[in-house]
Structures are given as structure tokens and as C-alpha cells.
Design a protein around this ligand. Structure first.
Ligand code: HCA
Ligand code: CU
Length: 444
């Protein structure tokens, strides 16, 4: 038996993420360029489960009539949602639909809690997409939405003028004025990524004043690298609902990253927007998504290990002394609980000393480390593809310099001070005594 819950009993938070990883995110070229990357039904179920556990209450999916696969995935995803109702409360599943009766019917049949309806309103969409003028769009959308509202009063209805930021304000208003009595949200999609933060803030304020009883939803593409800042501006100007994806994947350069958005709100101490989100799960959920795409969490994702990775020798030395030198943001609160220091051509003797002594437990002094560093730098540029710099360093230390393990007192074994890795070698740091003269970090 499937579970249902009326939206009218839900009290929306100040910020409601509408995750669209499985709709907008499926439109990423990463998935469709390479057929090996398609999500399986099991992948989708795993992603939805992780999102619900994270605290997301709205998940957008394709209209089920997009393909037979999408239709059967709806059923599988609903099962995941139903299973988690007792533990997490209800999560609303929204279907992304054209203003077209066939999409609407299919979505209703699949048990969607709401319809995210859209129709192109910009000159480009009107001329090259559906060919209708603003009057026709208004009539058609209003007729359909009014009927749905009458026949299915519990459905959550949203209308978006696609390409809203290239739509003249008057045109947008004339459509929105007509459908306002029947919807609970208006989308403001920046479909082609042209909006600036100033334009977003202005547009949101105008819409808020004009439609005080209709919530707003933001959807910003990253063509200019503005998706995140535009979303932050929209939220601050009064947009309650925001479309995000995991890792920000989506059409072209994607949209706003869910964890990137929440992380920035956290850094700026806007805690009122973080209610109910388990932000410590941010990095794990990003790793899950990256794993589905068979890649690492991208370097441009704010909540990434890359943001705690240090390659330059000067940085590495400072990091060993005090991590805050090159790590200013509270990424540990978002689940990135380790720093990474990459051994490579830029590493200096300090980090080599630290690595060989603290991590590998060799009996080595500073001058020994300096000699080994010189040798390592000479050889590391010629390292074969795929080989590990750490393994090369160890070989130099043992074979060329005959280093032997140092004796670590029993009580200090097995504690972690810092993880220093390259892509193939992960090692934990044993705590060393004061007497041995190296850095001491106490166990947390
Ligand atoms: C699309 C376009 C869309 C829709 C957004 C919305 C966009 O892929 O169909 O429905 O609000 O960016 O405009 O993603
Ligand atoms: Cu989009």
C-alpha cells in the first residue's frame, strides 16, 4: 500500500531544497555522452534514499511518460520514499511536466505529489520551441492549470516560465498573473545561465511583491559560473524553494550544487536556512554521487577533499605546523574530516621528513630528510604514468638510504594525527613522543 500526505499539512522551512539530480542531473553530458554512465534503477533508489536521509523533502523526477524506464523507476522511487516515512517524515515527489495533458495524466497516474509545469516564455522559446505568443501561452497554461487545480486540489502545482531571465518582465507578469490563483509556486529558471546576482535579486523582489501568496523557486544554470551566487542572492531576497543537484550536475555546465549552497549559508552563519539538513553527510553524499558517475568529487565542488588537499611545499610545511594556515572554512562540519597532503614534485623536505618519520615510522633526522628530498625531486619528474610518488619515496628511503623503522612506544600506536596520501597510498599517522622531537598531536 502506498503512503500519501497532503501538502496542506506541511509547514515549509525557510529553505526547501527541491533536488533535481534525477531530472536536471540526468541531462548532464557526463551521463549521455558515455553510455556506460547511465543510472540504473538501483542507483536512483540509492540516491533518493541518501537525499531523504540528508533532509531533502522535495525530489523532482522526469514525467513518467518520458520513457517506460522512467515510469517503472517512479514506482521504485516511491517505495524508497514510503519506507522512510516513519524515520524521516514524508518526502514529496514532483514530476517535471510540460503544460501538456499527456504529461500531466502520466504524472498523476504514477502518484506524483506535485507537478512542476513549465512552458517557454522568452522570445527564443516562443519562436523556436513551441511557436506560441504570450496570449496563447497564457490561455493554454491557465486553462490546463485551472482544471488540474479543480480536479486534484491536493496536488502541489508549480508553474515556470522557462528561460525566465530572457523573458520580458511584462510578458512574464501577464502569464503569472493569470495562473497565480491556481499554483503554490512560481519557478524563475535561468535556463541558459545569463542572470547576474543583481538581476536575480531585483527579479525576486519584484515577484515577491507582486505575488505575496505564491512561493518562489530558483533554478540557476552555471554557464557563467554564477549558479551558486545567484542562488544565494535568490534565497536572501525571499526565494524559499531552490533546485539543486548533487555535485551541481545538469545540462551544459549544470546548476547549483546542493552541498555547495548549504555550505555557503553555513559559512555566512545563515543558520535559519539549514533547519533539518544533516550537513555532516554532505561529503559522503557527494562521494556517493561521484561514485555513480565513476569520477572523483570535482575540484570545483566546495564540499570536496580537494579543498583540504595541499600540494605546494610551502603550504604543506605550514599545514604541518597549523592546519588553519591554508584551511579557513569549516569543511569538517560538512563531513570532509581529513586533510590530504600530496607527495609530488612540489613537496619540500619538511613534508618528506614528516611523511617518512610520522607516517612511515622511519628513524630519520632533518638532514637525512633533506638528502632524500633532493634525490626524490630528481627522480619524481620521470615517474611512470600511474606509479605512486609515495612508493617511489619509500623505495629511495629504504634502498638508497637504508632507513630503518623507529621504535614507537605502545601507548602511541594507532592514533591518527593526519592523513597524508597520494592517490594510491593511504597511511595513518602514529603519534610520536615529545622525547622523539617530532610533532605531537593528541588523540581527539
Ligand atoms: C529543462 C529546462 C529547465 C526547466 C526548469 C524548470 C530550465 O531542462 O526542461 O522547470 O523550472 O533550466 O529552464 O531545466
Ligand atoms: Cu535547467
Amino acid at each position: 500500500m502506498s503512503v500519501s500526505f497532503s501538502f496542506k499539512y506541511y509547514n515549509p522551512r525557510s529553505l526547501e531544497i527541491i533536488d533535481t539530480t534525477l531530472r536536471e542531473g540526468s541531462q548532464t553530458s557526463l551521463l549521455h555522452d558515455h553510455y556506460k554512465y547511465f543510472y540504473t534503477t538501483a542507483d536512483k533508489m540509492e540516491i533518493v534514499r541518501a537525499l531523504i536521509l540528508y533532509g531533502v523533502k522535495f525530489i523532482e523526477l522526469f514525467a513518467p511518460n518520458v520513457s517506460p524506464q522512467e515510469a517503472s523507476d517512479w514506482a521504485a522511487i516511491k517505495e524508497v520514499r514510503d519506507e522512510l516515512v516513519v524515520q524521516c517524515g514524508y518526502t514529496f515527489l514532483l514530476a517535471h511536466v510540460r503544460c501538456h495533458p499527456s504529461d500531466v495524466e502520466a504524472a498523476i497516474k504514477s502518484g506524483a505529489d506535485g507537478l512542476n509545469m513549465y512552458m517557454g516564455t522568452s522570445d527564443a522559446s516562443r519562436n523556436f520551441n513551441h511557436g506560441q505568443n504570450i496570449g496563447e501561452i497564457t490561455r493554454r497554461a491557465t486553462k490546463l492549470i485551472e482544471e488540474i487545480h479543480r480536479d486534484y486540489p491536493d496536488l502541489i502545482l508549480r508553474f515556470s516560465g522557462e528561460d525566465a531571465f530572457r523573458t520580458r518582465e511584462d510578458d512574464l507578469f501577464s502569464v503569472y498573473d493569470a495562473v497565480a490563483p491556481f499554483v503554490s509556486r512560481f519557478g524563475t529558471p535561468d535556463t541558459v545561465g545569463v542572470a547576474t546576482p543583481t538581476a536575480v535579486s531585483r527579479r525576486v523582489k519584484l515577484l515577491r511583491e507582486r505575488y505575496p501568496h505564491v512561493d518562489l523557486e530558483g533554478h540557476f544554470h552555471d554557464d557563467r559560473g554564477y549558479a551558486l551566487i545567484n542562488t544565494l542572492e535568490a534565497v536572501r531576497a525571499g526565494t524559499r524553494y531552490v533546485n539543486t543537484t548533487l555535485l551541481g550536475i545538469g545540462e551544459r555546465s549544470g546548476i547549483t550544487s546542493m552541498t555547495g549552497l548549504l555550505f555557503n549559508l553555513f559559512v555566512d552563519k545563515e543558520y535559519q536556512f539549514l533547519d533539518g539538513y544533516h550537513v555532516r553527510e554532505s561529503y559522503p553524499i557527494n562521494v556517493l554521487m561521484a561514485d555513480k558517475l565513476r569520477k572523483l568529487v570535482p575540484s570545483k565542488e566546495p564540499v570536496s577533499l580537494t579543498n583540504r588537499t595541499h600540494a605546494a611545499g610551502v603550504h604543506q610545511k605550514a599545514m604541518i605546523n597549523n592546519a588553519s594556515t591554508y584551511e579557513a572554512n569549516p569543511l569538517d562540519q560538512f563531513g570532509v574530516t581529513e586533510s590530504e597532503i600530496l607527495l609530488g614534485p612540489l613537496s619540500g623536505w619538511n613534508v618528506i621528513h614528516y611523511f617518512l618519520k610520522e607516517i612511515c615510522g622511519f628513524d630519520i633526522d632533518e638532514s637525512g630528510a633533506k638528502s632524500i628530498a633532493t634525490s626524490f625531486k630528481q627522480q619524481v619528474y620521470g615517474i611512470p604514468f600511474g606509479a605512486s610518488p609515495a612508493a617511489m619515496l619509500l623505495k629511495i628511503a629504504e634502498d638508497e638510504y637504508g632507513l630503518k623503522p623507529m621504535k614507537v612506544p605502545e601507548q602511541f600506536r594507532g592514533t591518527i594525527a593526519q592523513n597524508m596520501t597520494d592517490t594510491t597510498h593511504t597511511a595513518e599517522v602514529g603519534e610520536i613522543t615529545h622525547a622523539s622531537g617530532v610533532i605531537l598531536r593528541s588523540k581527539q
